[in-house]
Design a protein around this ligand. Structure first.
Ligand code: NAP
Length: 238
C-alpha cells in the first residue's frame, strides 16, 4: 500500500528511533508531524526532512501531560481532518536494582511509556474512528517479552505498553483501525544517556533498521495487519 500523502504523528521524533521513522516516512511522501518536548531538537529534525524534500511539522509536547495532549489534538484538528498513522515511540528508561530505584523515576517511566501511549491513543482513536481507518504503531522493546535483572522498572513499563496494545487491537479492529507493535533489541540512540558512536557495545541496530520495519508494517495491504514485529541485531545475545 502506498504511503504517499498520508498524515502521521510520531512521538519522540526529535532524535533516535523516532527521528529515523519520521525521516523514512517523509521520503515515502508522508506528511510527518513530529512531537517531543525540546523544540530546538524538533526544529532541527524538521529542517533536515525539509532539506530532503519531505513535508514535516513540529509540535512541542509532553505526552505524559493529558491537558497538553488534548491541546495538541485540538491544534491538529485545525490543520487536518484526518490522521492516518500514529507512532507511539517516545520512551525513557534506565536500569538498576529494585532497591536502588527512585520511586519518583518509576513514576516518570510509567508516565511516559505507559500513560503517554494511553493518552495519545485515548485522544486520537476518536479521530480515527470518525474517519473509519487508522494505523497505530507502538514502539515497545524486546524486553516487553522477556525480563532481566536490574530491568524490573523498564520491563514492567514495556510489558504494560504491550498488553495495552494487544487489548486495544481487539477493541478498535471493528473500526478498521490497525494496531501493530515493534519490539526492537538494542539500538544505537541517545536512550538512557547513551551517545551514538561512542558506546562500547557495537552490537546494536541502527535507528534506520527500526524505521524500515515500520515502513514495512505500514505498507501492508489494506486487509492485512502485522500485529507484532521483533527485530534484533544478529550479534545480540538475548
Ligand atoms: P532517545 O534517543 O532517547 O529518544 C527518545 C525520544 O523521546 C526523544 O525524542 C525525546 O525527546 C522523547 N521523549 C522523552 N520523554 C518524552 C515525553 N515525556 N514526551 C514526549 N517526548 C518525550 O531513545 P530511543 O532509543 O530512540 O527510544 C525510542 C523508543 O524506543 C523508546 O520507547 C524506547 O523505550 C524504545 N526502545 C529503545 C531501544 C534502544 O536500545 N535504544 C531498544 C528497544 C526499544 P525530548 O527529550 O525532547 O522530549
Amino acid at each position: 500500500m502506498s504511503l504517499k500523502n498520508k498524515i502521521a504523528i510520531i512521538t519522540g521524533a526529535s532524535r533516535g528511533i523516532g527521528k529515523a521513522i519520521a525521516q523514512n516516512l517523509a521520503k515515502d511522501g508522508v506528511h510527518v508531524i513530529l512531537t517531543a518536548r525540546n523544540q530546538q531538537d524538533l526544529n532541527e529534525a524538521v529542517e533536515s526532512i525539509g532539506r530532503e524534500g519531505g513535508k514535516a511539522t513540529a509540535f512541542s509536547l509532553d505526552i505524559s501531560d493529558e491537558k497538553a495532549v488534548g491541546n495538541f489534538i485540538d491544534q491538529i484538528k485545525k490543520i487536518t481532518d484526518s490522521v492516518d498513522i500514529l507512532i507511539n515511540n517516545a520512551g525513557i528508561g534506565s536500569f538498576a536494582p529494585v532497591t536502588e530505584t527512585e520511586t519518583q523515576f518509576w513514576d516518570q517511566v510509567m508516565d511516559v511509556n505507559v500513560k503517554g501511549t494511553f493518552l495519545m491513543c485515548k485522544h486520537l482513536v476518536p479521530v480515527m474512528q470518525k474517519q473509519k481507518h487508522g494505523h497505530i504503531v507502538n514502539i515497545a522493546s524486546d524486553v516487553a517479552k522477556r525480563t532481566f535483572a536490574e530491568g524490573a522498572m523498564y520491563c514492567a513499563s514495556k510489558y504494560a505498553q504491550d498488553a495495552f496494545s494487544s487489548a486495544l487491537r481487539k477493541e478498535v479492529r471493528q473500526n478498521n483501525i490497525k494496531v501493530s507493535v515493534v519490539y526492537p533489541g538494542k539500538v544505537e540512540t541517545y536512550f538512557n544517556n547513551s551517545i551514538p558512536g561512542v558506546n562500547e557495545d557495537h552490537h546494536r541496530l541502527h535507528p534506520d533498521d527500526i524505521a524500515g520495519s515500520v515502513n514495512y508494517i505500514l505498507s501492508a495491504p489494506l486487509h492485512v495487519v502485522i500485529d507484532e514485529l521483533m527485530i534484533h541485531p544478529i550479534s545480540q545475545d538475548y
